[in-house]
Design a binder for this molecule. Structure first.
Ligand code: HEM
Length: 164
């Protein structure tokens, strides 16, 4: 089964039909999506800015990530659930939409950047945990992360102008 055959099936699902037909459900789901997004991008930015040697630079990196990232993951899960519900309501339309595709691509790149960060500079975090300025590799990946998440938000907002 190709994705193009899958989308019409997804749109027929009872939850997708409910989101599509109810005048209230979609705006409420999108509002929760936006709140989740604010928490994801807000908490990611706190860590990235610390890695760039900006605010919180007295705070140990491991302490900050341990305090902040559980909120990031919880909000990310909420963004995925609400995003999927909106997507399912008009799956074929969103799947063909350029801003939606770009947003998904940037989210994959943000995920790969995060994995690379943990596999590379973060392996030696015990050496630079409390330093004001982490090593260049950590800074470059923090700047990439910030740029990608700003892109995800911009393309996310753009979706509403190309699909409605
Ligand atoms: C944490 C990751 C995510 C971020 C930062 C994000 C960001 C955004 C933003 C900023 C908007 C515009 C909201 C508005 O202003 O009305 C949006 C809309 C949307 N998002 Fe996400 N999103 C995320 C995850 C997802 C996922 C995983 C999906 C789908 C599986 C998704 C599907 C959508 C859809 C369909 C809309 C457009 C709704 C409309 O027609 O207006 N999002 N997203």
């Amino acid at each position: 089964m190709t994705l193009d055959q899958l989308w019409p099936l997804l749109e027929k699902a009872p939850f997708a039909a409910a989101v599509r037909s109810s005048g209230l459900l979609f705006p409420w789901i999108e509002s929760v999506h936006v709140l989740a997004v604010v928490l994801v991008v807000g908490t990611v930015s706190i860590v990235d800015l610390r890695l760039l040697g900006l605010p919180n630079r007295e705070k140990a990196v491991r302490k900050l990530t341990a305090e902040v990232l559980p909120y990031t993951w919880a909000a990310f899960a909420l963004a995925v659930v609400t995003g999927f519900l909106m997507f399912s309501s008009s799956a074929a339309t969103y799947a063909a939409d350029f801003p939606f595709r770009m947003k998904m691509l940037l989210m994959v790149l943000a995920g790969l950047n995060m994995v690379a960060f943990h596999l590379l500079p973060y392996r030696t975090v015990h050496l630079w945990d409390v330093l004001t300025h982490p090593p260049a590799g950590a800074k470059v990946m923090a700047a990439m992360s910030l740029t990608l998440w700003i892109g995800i938000v911009c393309f996310g907002r753009w979706i509403g102008f190309t699909t409605n």
